[in-house]
Ligand binder design. Sequence first.
Ligand SMILES: NC(=O)C1=CN([C@@H]2O[C@H](COP(=O)(O)OP(=O)(O)OC[C@H]3O[C@@H](n4cnc5c(N)ncnc54)[C@H](OP(=O)(O)O)[C@@H]3O)[C@@H](O)[C@H]2O)C=CC1
Ligand SMILES: Nc1nc2c(ncn2[C@@H]2O[C@H](COP(=O)(O)O)[C@@H](O)[C@H]2O)c(=O)[nH]1
Length: 325
Amino acid sequence: MQVFDYEDIQLIPSKCIVKSRSECDTSVQFGPRTFKLPVVPANMGTIIDEKLAIFLASNDYFYIMHRFDESGRIPFIKKMQSLNLYTSISVGVKTDEYIFVETLAKENLIPDYITIDIAHGHSDSVIEMIHHIKKHLPKSFLIAGNVATPEAVRELENAGADATKIGVGPGKVCITKIKTGFGTGGWQLAAVSRCSKVARKPLIADGGIRTHGDIAKSIRFGASMIMIGFLFAGHEESPGNTVEINGQTMKEYFGSASEYQKGEKINVEGKKILIPYKGKIESTLKEMREDLQSSISYAGGRDLEALTKVDYVVVKNSIFNGDWI
Ligand SMILES: NC(=O)C1=CN([C@@H]2O[C@H](COP(=O)(O)OP(=O)(O)OC[C@H]3O[C@@H](n4cnc5c(N)ncnc54)[C@H](OP(=O)(O)O)[C@@H]3O)[C@@H](O)[C@H]2O)C=CC1
Ligand SMILES: Nc1nc2c(ncn2[C@@H]2O[C@H](COP(=O)(O)O)[C@@H](O)[C@H]2O)c(=O)[nH]1
């Protein structure tokens, strides 16, 4: 198996066919809707909250609300619907979640998108939840994860998932790889590539994105959508707490399987880090879009499709040459 990660790959430029990068179209159809960018902030407690979801939905960006405020999900759906915005929520697989899905169906609160969010998604518990959601909420676009292998993608797709999410352990605040010895940490991009060889439905690459160029690389290796925590953490709008350290403003970013999210030290597979305050998320989204437009122009195209065919080389861990942005 050829193993590589984001920093090992460089995409090779093709002849430019646009006069300006502004001509390049970064929009993507994902499920029933079209979004401005093929990126989605991670469905984590320190990355997304209701206020940010409203901003993203109002501005044609994709969002997935996290599942950690269980009783807040129905009021959240009602609020989004009252604002005429699309709804995108997460669920787990425990018994209460089966009842929650039935309640949504009974109250005719049909989310546009539902994400089954557990660490080890290649499991009967996820397959059973896919069947349950497809039975009660057949109109919702169903994302299932997280998984790491082509076999898992096939099984979840066959069970009825409309998209699968790839990435076990590559995240910035993830310690799964250290605590368990398992995962796609260090070869996440190769894992996305392997999964894309069998996928018949869209893939979300989840975790390990460290630069805007990694978005283009994810698309080259088969992702339709890219989930990002680290690059979206630390903004004005990020829900993580703000702290002052030696006069510098920092914001907290912690894992969904960390003691900080769980409220107890049991099966901990996540940690907390502090991120220097980055300002408004709108500026980051603007820069991401400009950088992706530039990527498309280097690919010799006008839209994201051009990135899917571009040639590449493997340059083992040498891309940064000691530099950093
Ligand atoms: N993408 C990634 O690499 C990872 C992401 N996470 C995130 O952390 C959050 C918590 O995840 P998770 O612990 O799955 O959620 P939950 O605590 O809700 O667990 C979901 C269910 O799966 C069971 N379960 C969890 N892990 C395993 C396993 N390895 N083998 C068998 N059963 C398992 C749990 O039981 P029990 O607790 O009794 O085992 C529980 O019944 C999620 O948001 C998830 O996305 C966590 C780790 C890795
Ligand atoms: N192993 C763990 N993975 C986690 C945890 N909380 C979230 N995640 C995953 O990380 C990505 C975000 O990755 P990033 O590199 O962009 O920061 C997120 O979408 C989850 O899949 C955790 O506690 N442990």
